[in-house]
Design a protein around this ligand. Structure first.
Ligand SMILES: CC(C)(COP(=O)(O)OP(=O)(O)OC[C@H]1O[C@@H](n2cnc3c(N)ncnc32)[C@H](O)[C@@H]1OP(=O)(O)O)[C@@H](O)C(=O)NCCC(=O)NCCS
Length: 145
């Protein structure tokens, strides 16, 4: 998988298809998507976009004294899951965060993906919360030395 930067518009069709099927692509635009400090990555196979993730310079509420980055909308197309692409893309997110002097990285993770984050070394918060129209989530995070 070839990972490269993409723009907000390029993320929208996979965001909708894989994460927010009940919304229109335009409704899948998130706050901060076009900020200069935001980075969208796409994973391409044979020049087709197969995976996405977006990274925002944004601390966890209550932990703004450290430099935090949030990632959102990490997704791999259905037929290509469980082949290591998710972890590959997450490693690219971690590299981006390290390159930008992040102290920590975090996400609001779907409970359906909790085991993925646990397996790849993230700390899982013990408080679940519901995102309207999507389901149960939990905060996951990792720190950098
Ligand atoms: C979650 C997601 C990004 C993981 O990507 P992936 O390419 O399938 O994951 P990988 O192949 O890199 O998996 C790494 C490990 O986690 C495991 N894993 C992946 N997804 C898992 C899940 N949902 N539940 C349990 N284990 C999972 C894999 O089996 C693998 O374990 P192994 O090393 O023991 O074989 C992908 O399944 C996806 O796009 N899901 C739908 C969208 C979504 O929910 N995104 C997360 C939003 S928070």
């Amino acid at each position: 998988m070839d990972i490269r930067k993409i723009n907000t518009t390029e993320t929208l069709s996979l965001r909708k298809a894989l994460l927010r099927p009940h919304l229109t692509p335009e409704q899948c635009i998130y706050p901060g998507d076009d900020d200069s400090t935001t980075c969208h990555l796409g994973g391409f196979i044979d020049d087709s976009l197969m995976s996405i993730v977006s990274i925002y310079q944004r601390g966890l509420p209550g932990q703004e004294s450290k430099r935090g980055y949030q990632f959102r909308a990490l997704a791999i197309v259905d037929g290509l899951r469980s082949r290591g692409y998710g972890l590959t893309l997450l490693h690219a997110v971690e590299q981006y965060a390290r390159d930008n002097a992040a102290d920590y990285l975090w996400a609001n993770a779907r409970m359906t993906a909790e085991e993925f984050y646990r397996k790849v070394g993230y700390t899982i918060d013990d408080k679940e919360f519901i995102v309207e129209g999507v389901g149960a989530h939990v905060i996951v995070n990792r720190t950098f030395d």
